[in-house]
Each structure stands twice: as C-alpha cells, then as structure tokens.
Design a protein around this ligand. Sequence first.
Ligand SMILES: *[C@@H]1O[C@H](CO)[C@@H](O)[C@H](O)[C@H]1NC(C)=O
Ligand SMILES: *[C@@H]1O[C@H](CO)[C@@H](O)[C@H](O)[C@H]1NC(C)=O
Ligand SMILES: *[C@@H]1O[C@H](CO)[C@@H](O)[C@H](O)[C@H]1NC(C)=O
Length: 459
Amino acid sequence: MRFNTEILILSIVSLLFKVVTAFVHPIGIHGRYFIDSVTREPFFIRGVDYQPGGSSSVSEIEDPLSDPTICARDIVLFQELGINTIRVYSINPDLNHDICMTMLASAGIYLVLDVNSPLPNQHLNRYEPWTTYNNNYLEHVFKVVEQFTAYNNTLGFFAGNEIVNDKKSANNSPAFIKKLVSDMKTYISIHCNRFVPVGYSAADDLDFRISLSKYLECSDGSVNDAIDFYGVNSYQWCGEQTFYTSGYDTLVRDYEEYIRPVFFSEYGCNQITPRLFEEVATIYSNDMIGVFSGGLVYEFTQEPNNYGLVDVDKNGNVKLLADFDHLKTQYATVEYPTGKKILDLHNRNGRSKKRLGSQSIPVCEPEYESLDVSKQVEESIGVRLIRTGVDVQLGKYVTLYEEELYSQYNITNSDGSPFSGSRKVKIINPIDEISEYESLRLNQLQSNCKFYKNKTRNQ
Ligand SMILES: *[C@@H]1O[C@H](CO)[C@@H](O)[C@H](O)[C@H]1NC(C)=O
Ligand SMILES: *[C@@H]1O[C@H](CO)[C@@H](O)[C@H](O)[C@H]1NC(C)=O
Ligand SMILES: *[C@@H]1O[C@H](CO)[C@@H](O)[C@H](O)[C@H]1NC(C)=O
C-alpha cells in the first residue's frame, strides 16, 4: 500500500514538473555562412569536440548520446562553458538518442555528427576504400543520417574525418569520399526528412589543404556531390601567437574564395599547457569572420592524448581542469558576429554582395594537385539501398522531466573546491510543447515514411 502511494505521489510530481519540449530553429546554409533558418542571423560555431572515453566509447550498448544521466552531467558544463555546438565522432544508430538530443536542443546546443565509427563495416579503409565501400557500410551511414535528420538541432554531418592524411590515402580515397557525400545527400533528399548539410573534416596538411577542399567543393553536374561545408583540424596556434605568427592569415587567404562555410572542426594545440585559448579572440574577429564560421575545441574530456577540458573519474564524477576555465573566459569575453557586422565587413572590404550570398558550384577539374581523383567507384553500390531506405528508429524530441535535468555526479572546480555553478540544465530555447495534434501529425508522417519504404521494397 505504502509502495503504491509512493508511486502515485511520484507520478503526480512528475506530471507537475513535466518540462515541455523545445522549439529549435534548424540551421541552414546561405553561401558561405551558416544561418538560423528562422531569424536569418548568421550562426557561428562555438563549441567542443565530445567523445568521452575516446573512440572505444561506441559499442552495441552505449555511445556518447545514449545515457541521459551522462548527458545531463555534461550539458550542465557545456552551458557553463558557453558553447552552442558539439561535435560527436561516433554513435550507434541502433540505440535511442531522444532524451540526450532533446536535452541538447533545450539547452540551445547543436550537434555536428560524424557518420563513421571504428566498429567493423562502419568506416572507410583509407588505403583500400574499395574493400569497405559496400552496402553494409552504407546501411550504417544511412541509419545515422536518417535518425538524426529528424532532430532540428542536428547542424550537419561529417562524411569523413582525415581520411586523406598521407600520400597513399591521397592516391586512393578521394573519389570514395566524393561518392559518399553524393550518396548521403541523395539519401537525405528523398527520405522524408529536412535538408541537413553534409561536410568533411580535413587534416590540415599543406599538401592537400587547397586541392582537397577544391575537389570536395566542386560538382560534376550530374549528381549532388559537392560538400555543403568544410571543417579544418588545425593545431598551428600554440601558446602566445597572433593572427600572423600563427599562420591563420594564410589559412584565411587559402579559403578566401571558398563558396561554402569553413570552420575549425578541431583546434587547441597542447604543446604549451595550460592552454590559454587566446586564438578564440582572433577566430571571432574581423580578421576571420569573413571566411571562418568559428570552431570546435578538441576536446571535452581528458583522454590519454592530453587535450581535455575536464577529467572524469571511474565513478563518473568530474573535475574541471585549468583549460576549462581559460576557454570559458575566452568564450565569455569574445563578441559574436551578427548579420549586420558581416554585412558591414563585406561592404568595407569592397566585396560584392554576390560573394556574401550564394555562388554557383564550380565544375570539377580533371585533376587536382597531390590527389588522385581518377579512381572509379562502382556506381551501382548503394543504388538499391537509397531507393528502399534503411530500417531505423527516427529521432524525435520527447518530454523531459525535471529530475532528468540535474547532474547526478559530483563536480569539482579546478582549484579543488566544489562546483559553484548551476547543476541543472537550463532550458533556454523558447518552449513549445508538441500538441496532441502535432504529435499525431508527426506519427502520421513517420508511418507514411515507413509505408513508402515498404511499398518500394516490395516492388
Ligand atoms: C523544427 O523546425 C521546423 C522548421 O522550422 C519547425 O516547423 C518545427 O516546429 C521544429 N520542431 C521542433 C520540435 O522544434
Ligand atoms: C559525491 O560526493 C558525496 C560526498 O563526498 C558522496 O557521498 C557521493 O557518493 C558522491 N557521489 C558520487 C556519484 O560519487
Ligand atoms: C512495414 O514492414 C514492416 C516489416 O516488414 C511491418 O512490421 C510494418 O507494419 C510495415 N508498415 C506498414 C505501414 O505497412
């Protein structure tokens, strides 16, 4: 009896404290800028790379966005840091990500997601990509894509990370990256979801800096094979530098003509520690905002390679590191670019309005320096899968409960004192509970989608 009463009270409490789901503005692309598709303001990425546990953290049973208590713990700290985006390197699309994605969305945080994982059949072999570009691989990729396009706070997908990173990979993999981008974009365009941009995250190797970005930017005209954004992993600003001594000036010059958004998909050299992150001020300054759309610091948790902002112990309790404080200060100090500021900048530099907006996609050249783009990828791979679709649970925002929003773990400041900030995820998005009508409509949309697939599958 007592037990039942407790359950009753608990459920009443849960009802009372039901937190409604968020209305999240999808981010789109206009020329070389990300823009908020509702306010039309430019969106500058200010974030961190997030893969607690490193590459082994994705498995049959877990991944970085599958455990709501860990998400609550870390989103509290993302808000303390003042970020608007995270990048996750690997997830398992057979798991449910609804609570973590709703929590991120409610906290005003977007996700850039890599579609690959270290597990078998879930990534390209950079030296012999033809051995791995097959239906099993594409099925994984399409599952990730279809599940996550359903969340408005998915900002984009990375088709690959540093696949080209030496001479041998440059000789073998570029055409496969191009084909993957094309297959992903085709899949997104026909499978019941909104447009979500597809990009690539590049190792900043001078041999390929320009050629690879140009090759991925172009289209051969027959298919949708041009990337929508370009990420650069750059570790060249170490310790005290300036726009010029760091070589950022050259980076800006090299991407000046790029027609799509470019941003740092990883930055934060750790040769000199603690890191002060003085590059943040430069990244969001007039020197860079005409070309770079912000960036992501590598990386949130401390792993053996020593790039962490926080240290997580074996019980899941967190200690902030000095780097966390420094990055927080930098992110809090910098002034973020507005649409007006960008316009003024372009006018002042005498750049045409055209460069600000959309430009036509360049036609691919027959050759690119240091890359072999002539490898043939068998055209038929993926065709059937793209037509029939894959079986995956679509993502959806869910109702969050008050108690889910609290960090269950202990947090310690970098000086050893107990964490003084908020331990609760702050809901900052305008809130809009999905009405009964809306959820009926959503269900209908999803079942139409399945019906469509069943139909085509039986043909
Ligand atoms: C997602 O974005 C679309 C388009 O702006 C909007 O109509 C819809 O309400 C959004 N959904 C949520 C749950 O935020
Ligand atoms: C947090 O710290 C308190 C007091 O030291 C301890 O009792 C509790 O078990 C800790 N929580 C976790 C999740 O380790
Ligand atoms: C689609 O097919 C699956 C299994 O093949 C079945 O469970 C489901 O009910 C079908 N959906 C519709 C709408 O026909």
